[in-house]
Design a protein around this ligand. Structure first.
Ligand SMILES: [Zn+2]
Ligand SMILES: [Zn+2]
Ligand SMILES: [Zn+2]
Length: 171
C-alpha cells in the first residue's frame, strides 16, 4: 500500500510578504457563494462586498473600518447595515469575530466545523487560524472532567509571527 498522505485540510500558515493575496480573496468569495447557494442563503452584493473587505488582508478588521470603506465607495451605509451584514457572515461561518480585538477575520474553511483557534501577531497584527482538532478535543476532555459541556471554543493566542520574530532577533 502506498503511504497515505497525511489528512491535511487546507492549512493556513503565516504568509510570506508578497504572496498572491488575490487568490485568498477569490477563493474565499467563491467558497462563500457556493456555501450560501447550498444553504439557500442570499449573499447580496453588500454582504459579498463586506466579506471581501474583511478579506482585504490577514489582519482583523473592525466594524467601523468597514463602515468607512463602504462610505468611501459612496454607499449610504450606517452602522446597522454593517452589523447586519457581519451577522449574516458570522451566522454562515464565513468570518469569525476575534473577541479581544472586537474585529473580524475571514474564515478560510467555512465548510469544516471547527473551533476558533487563532495565532495573533502582536507586532504586525497578522492573524492565522489554526485547525488543530487535537487541541479542541483536549479542551473538551478537560472541560468534561468538570462536568462541563462545551458548546463553543474560542482560543486567541498572542505572540510573534515568523517574520516579526526574526526582526526582533536583530535583522
Ligand atoms: Zn492572503
Ligand atoms: Zn474558521
Ligand atoms: Zn508579525
Amino acid at each position: 500500500m502506498p503511504p497515505s498522505a497525511p489528512a491535511s485540510r487546507s492549512t493556513a500558515t503565516f504568509q510570506r510578504p508578497g504572496h498572491d493575496h488575490r487568490r485568498c480573496i477569490d477563493g474565499a468569495l467563491a467558497a462563500a457563494e457556493e456555501r450560501c447557494r447550498r444553504r439557500g442563503a442570499k449573499l447580496t452584493e453588500l454582504r459579498r462586498r463586506v466579506l471581501e473587505l474583511v478579506w482585504q488582508g490577514h489582519e482583523p478588521v473592525g466594524a467601523y473600518a468597514l463602515l468607512d470603506a463602504l462610505r468611501a465607495e459612496g454607499r449610504a451605509a450606517a452602522p446597522p447595515t454593517v452589523y447586519r451584514a457581519l451577522d449574516f457572515l458570522l451566522s454562515h461561518g464565513l468570518i469569525h469575530r476575534l473577541e479581544k480585538a472586537n474585529a473580524f477575520i475571514g474564515c478560510p474553511r467555512p465548510d469544516d466545523p471547527h473551533a476558533g483557534q487563532f495565532l495573533m501577531c502582536l507586532e504586525c497584527g497578522t492573524v492565522i487560524e489554526m485547525d488543530d482538532a487535537a487541541l479542541g478535543a483536549a479542551v473538551a476532555a478537560s472541560a468534561a472532567k468538570h462536568g462541563f459541556a462545551v458548546s463553543r471554543q474560542m482560543l486567541e493566542v498572542e505572540g510573534h509571527c515568523p517574520s516579526c520574530a526574526r526582526g526582533a532577533a536583530g535583522g
